[in-house]
Design a protein around this ligand. Structure first.
Ligand code: PMP
Ligand code: GLN
Length: 386
């Protein structure tokens, strides 16, 4: 028999599925895969239920229902001062995963170089490769995850088509500063490239951190595609509603990919997300303050257990250094071990790297109810005898 597509056939199962299955098998508290254990805002779900019975359930417009595209445009204006034409500059997709896929596929021609920053979200590389792109990986250095500016500049070339930038950044909780974004913007302009901005955690930022979309910087409005996710903003990860904002030509081209990936996205979930995006500022503020309290609770607890806890300015993940615990194994073995033996699942950071990666970092998700986080810490304390 002939083999399948080599890029796809070479893939393993995503670490999130693997670790969630292991968590289930061992009845572990799952702080691995990032999904809230709450059920999302009740008013948004009630709206969805109403719309599901009152409104049409057939194919909506390919680019998204007008209500949601208008809401995405208004959200861009409200939070970032961006003027967005909802008709030509917004596209709705089935999750940010699909937004990213459509954007990558629509930008990359075979042989184009694509700059990716490690540690990186696991869907980027396979799609870049499927499109025929050549990944150019640049690593941030722990524990502060600083941007290696010279290396980044050296990674750009005349063949660079785009850079993918995830801020706030999964898994390490980094929020790129204005200075870093200005540096990246300079490289994008100088090399006549594009930026695919994965900003799904845009509203999950802590303390005094500020989320600045790269798109708002000089010269960037025409070169960026900005991706958001209702899964993150409304703690409804199963809904899979994503949205892309960008210049008309870029969004139109991404739409050509989207039309043959999913074509459309469930219309009444889109309408409920439109309602959600129009909620007042208190909703967006409390999303961040609630998660900040959870971050602090988990971070203090993990420190007590003996983990070194790294800084987290955004996202709902906290990265820890496991060396101080003295288990003498790599991050993958460590995560499997604590899932089975301590009853708590986490994600090894090496899953976010290609090739030889640091083996001493583990990610815990804190988008969980207080009692879930408490139970996880109780189990870890007991196991590590703290
Ligand atoms: N990008 C990043 C960085 C993520 O963490 C996620 C969450 N899975 C996604 C994209 C995909 O979001 P969605 O669930 O909306 O497809
Ligand atoms: N984004 C989520 C995480 O990082 C998981 C998404 C998925 O399971 N594909 O945990």
């Amino acid at each position: 028999m002939k083999p399948g597509n080599p890029t796809i056939s070479a893939l393993g199962t995503t670490v999130f599925t693997t670790m969630s299955a292991l968590a289930l098998e061992h009845k572990a508290v799952n702080l691995g895969q990032g999904f809230p254990d709450g059920n999302g805002p009740e008013d948004v779900r009630t709206k969805a239920a109403e719309f599901l019975s009152d409104r049409p359930n057939q194919y909506p417009p390919m680019m998204g229902v007008p209500e949601l595209r208008q809401a995405v445009a208004a959200h861009n204006k409200r939070f970032y001062g961006l003027d967005v034409d909802w008709l030509r500059e917004v596209m709705v997709t089935s999750g940010a995963t699909e937004s990213l896929t459509a954007c990558f596929l629509s930008l990359i021609a075979p042989g184009d170089e694509v700059i990716l920053i490690e540690p990186l979200y696991d869907s980027y590389l396979p799609i870049v490769r499927l499109a025929g792109g050549i990944p150019k990986l640049v690593r941030l250095t722990p524990p502060h995850w600083d941007l290696p500016r010279e290396e980044l500049a050296a990674a750009f070339s005349t063949k660079t088509k785009l850079i993918a930038l995830n801020s706030p950044m999964n898994p390490i909780g980094k929020v790129f500063s204005r200075e870093e974004l200005e540096f990246i913007a300079g490289l994008v302009v100088r090399n006549d490239a594009y930026a695919l901005c994965d900003e799904v955690y845009e509203h999950i930022i802590f303390d005094n951190a500020q989320h600045i979309p790269l798109m708002t910087l000089p010269g960037m409005r025409e070169r960026c595609l900005r991706v958001g996710s209702a899964g993150k903003t409304f703690s409804l990860t199963g809904w899979k509603i994503g949205y892309v904002t960008g210049a008309p030509a870029l969004v139109a081209n991404a739409g050509k990919a989207h039309q043959f990936i999913t074509f459309t996205t469930p219309p009444n979930l889109q309408r409920a997300v439109a309602y959600g995006l129009s909620k007042d500022d208190t909703y967006f503020k409390s999303l961040a303050t609630d998660l900040q309290a959870k971050r602090d609770f988990l971070a203090v607890g993990l420190k007590d257990v003996g983990f070194d806890v790294l800084r987290c300015d955004g996202t709902y993940f906290v990265t820890t250094d496991i060396r101080a615990l003295g288990l003498e194994c790599d991050d993958v073995a460590f995560c499997k071990h604590i899932t089975a033996e301590a009853g708590v699942a986490a994600i090894p950071l090496s899953a976010f790297y290609e090739g030889k990666a640091p083996e001493n970092f583990v990610r815990f998700a804190f988008c969980k109810e207080a009692h879930t986080l408490e139970e996880a810490l109780t189990r870890l304390r007991k196991y590590f005898k703290r």
